[in-house]
Design a protein around this ligand. Sequence first.
Ligand code: NAD
Ligand code: UFG
Length: 351
Amino acid sequence: MNINVNKSKETILVTGGTGFIGSHTVVLLIENGYNVCILDNLSNSKIQVLDRIRTITNLDKNDERLKFYKGDILDKIILNKIFKENKIFGVIHFAGLKAVGESCIIPLKYYDNNISGTVNLLEVMKENNVKNIIFSSSATVYGEQSVQPIKEDAKLNEPTNPYGKTKLFIEYILKDLYSSDNTWNIVLLRYFNPIGAHKSGLIGEDPNGIPNNLMPYVTQVAIGKRSHLNVFGNDYDTPDGTGVRDYIHVCDLARGHVYALGRLFGNHGLDIYNLGTGHGYSVLDIVKTFSKVNNINIPYEITSRRSGDIATCYADPSKAYQEMGFKCELTLEDMCRDSWNYQKKNPNGIE
Ligand code: NAD
Ligand code: UFG
């Protein structure tokens, strides 16, 4: 499917483009006729992802439609080099550190990488007169909300960890930037819980060490790397007592970015969209659905709550549909099937 038909052929800089969400988005950008430059320091992804993107999109190594720069958003020299060597139309900014627990141990690294890195990127964009950006924000900026599903205009609550705070601060930075200069086009996308993988099984989530997030943990139990899943609490005020989240297939999420690019053409100003399905599923729903569609038993034990977790969080996705025509198409069954397909094809991650 070609989205933004007349607007392709532009070149998009994708920071963090070899990561989980970035790689799926790069595939869709190329399939929709965009040229892509990736900037990634490979701190949480592997160079082999590039070949896999090329395999999926049928590009050979020298094809200029996909360029890769190994480097850091904290480095202005490489950023300027990219803007000088390419006619960049806009930036999709995924690069960032994202491990909640780690951010409590090394907060300065998170503030430096995520916040200083973003300010650096914005300064170089401004110097090069490129003022179109899509930013990867997170539902974490909502914190605990009494009203569900969550709409974009909900009052934001301070996140419980430094990672979440970096997302909130960057939202403030981008809002202030827009107030100071309304020739910027800025889209803040608040992701709910991305899972799943590309149908090919060639790209997916490739966590280092013990996974923090639910789905990679479940797939590692399924493949026999971990004995069982720890379910963090069954005494929440939810239908079965376990935490409820809005899981979104990473391919739907990637498609949301291609729709969001449409907001960078013309002068739309600053937009904020939830990217979620609007459905809340519990931890046990995930375990049951995964077991059913893949015919694999997932042993689990109920343990105590994880600090910082909230009971329920799911999106009202209607604004993205009304203003961009975007809605999710893939089901929880698809997410569980594709996550497992990726794990089976890459038992030790991308090698
Ligand atoms: P990821 O770790 O797979 O991808 C991030 C990529 O950025 C990695 O390839 C990493 O090497 C790169 N990177 C990190 N710091 C960099 C730097 N200073 N310079 C250059 N490259 C750098 O993570 P993801 O799941 O694909 O997430 C992408 C973005 O979406 C992140 O900003 C994340 O915070 C945000 N987000 C993710 C989730 C989630 O659950 N996955 C939810 C909400 C928001
Ligand atoms: N869970 C378990 N066992 C596990 C892992 C998770 O029971 O081993 C539970 C959690 O308690 C929670 C649910 O599964 O109820 C989902 O947990 P995740 O860690 O997968 O996701 P979170 O909702 O906690 O956080 C994720 C990202 C954050 C992001 C947030 C909102 O990790 O970066 O979604 O987008 F901010």
